[in-house]
Design a protein around this ligand. Structure first.
Ligand code: GN1
Ligand code: MG
Length: 370
């Protein structure tokens, strides 16, 4: 079956082994590996149509963006869409599933977490920050009207809260009674966490073409720990810089997995490393107000994720892939903890000799004890 799909894109499908690959929460992903190690490999994905209601528009966004970014047809350091034999950016099978193919960069690596060695980790993070910042910079000349808002209001806090409210009202699995504590913490944070929405509504922050899923594992590194290719272009949409900067920090400056409530802390050296890389690529063209308001970004993005994960938990885990029935709740709690930790950014070390750079919530504030 998968071989038939591969045959739509590539000659001689029989020379490939096809197996499940990666940790994405949304699509089904396969590595298409040439049995000859000297030849090229590919990545095959079945698009999740529960999430992406219009796969054609999704693929148009990716096609337009990757073509725009392609410096030359021979550019091998850039994500591009592998078209079908008919030249289409996707293949729709007889059951209505949409499939797409990308090159697989055999010499590059994606990491879920930065390296254990802190010097290497900071190098990776700064480089990732730079790559994500440059990505938005490179797209500044692409007319924004060419990009469909495939997931409208994706990072709009007020809309995410409306979704949560709807889930609470529906409460299909009677889970709401068990998450009242989480809901009450979320409510307390609303005034601060909706500032970004307000600034966007008042047009104080420019709308740009942003990536919107700048998780640390969405950039590929070479052996020298330098970021080479930004991947996962599903959520390229009109947005604001805070979305990318904040989501990058949410995943690069944190020391534990997305669902590790106890383990999650913010490493402020890593935070600085990401900031440095991001700003080096963007400082020239960001507005003073964008720069001034960046400190709220990581917190807001972690908050959005906590609201989304809790909504999905209440709805019965219909959106994100889960490994166990409590995972969405753990993810929600972890992200809520991080939203609060990111608000406690210490002053620079040289300004505060007392600062041990390991900021944590004290126990009375700690999310777990609320
Ligand atoms: C989803 O599948 P993945 O990991 O690329 C989600 C992101 C979340 C992320 C949380 C389309 O991304 O918004 O930040 O999970 N993508 C979509 O890990 O909802
Ligand atoms: Mg994704």
């Amino acid at each position: 079956m998968l071989e038939n799909i591969v045959a739509q894109f590539l000659e001689k499908p029989e020379v490939y082994s096809i197996y499940t690959f990666g940790n994405g929460h949304i699509h089904d992903t396969y590595r298409v590996e040439n049995k000859d190690p000297e030849s090229s490999d590919y990545l095959l994905q079945k698009i999740n149509q529960t999430v992406f209601l219009s796969p054609e528009k999704l693929m148009e966004n990716i096609f337009v963006t990757t073509n725009f970014l392609q410096a030359s047809p021979e550019d091998t350091r850039q994500l591009k869409v592998i078209t079908t034999h008919e030249g289409a950016s996707f293949f729709k099978d007889e059951s209505g599933e949409y499939w797409r193919m990308y090159p697989f960069f055999k010499d590059l690596i994606a990491y879920d977490f930065p390296d254990e060695d802190s010097v290497i980790a900071e190098k990776q993070i700064e480089s990732a920050g730079h790559a994500f910042g440059k990505f938005v910079g490179d797209l500044r000349e692409l007319p924004i009207e060419k990009i469909h808002p495939v997931l409208p209001d994706f990072h709009r806090v007020t809309w995410r809260l409306e979704q949560l409210q709807a889930a609470i009202q529906e409460d299909p699995l009677d889970r709401v009674a068990t998450v009242e504590r989480e809901i009450s913490v979320m409510k307390k944070l609303i005034p601060k966490m909706t500032l970004l929405d307000a600034w966007m509504d008042m047009e104080m922050i420019p709308v740009r073409i942003t990536h919107n899923d700048t998780k640390f594992n969405n950039v590929l590194f070479d052996q020298d720990h330098t970021a080479q290719v930004v991947i996962d272009l599903d959520t390229i949409m009109p947005g604001c810089i805070h979305f990318d900067y904040g989501d990058g920090l949410r995943t690069a400056a944190v020391t534990a997995a997305e669902d590790d409530v106890q383990g999650a802390t913010v490493d402020w050296d890593r935070y600085e490393a990401f900031h440095k890389g991001y700003l080096a690529a963007t400082e020239e063209w960001l507005t003073p107000f964008e720069i001034e308001t960046l400190p709220l970004a990581a917190s807001t993005l972690a908050y959005i994720m906590s609201v989304r994960f809790l909504t999905d938990y209440i709805n019965g885990d219909v959106y994100y892939k889960i490994s166990d029935p409590m995972q969405n709740l753990r993810r929600a709690e972890t992200q809520l903890k991080l939203a609060q930790l990111f608000m406690l950014k210490p002053e620079k070390e040289e300004d505060d000799p007392q600062n041990d750079n390991s900021n944590t919530l004290d126990s009375s504030e700690s999310f777990n004890l609320l």
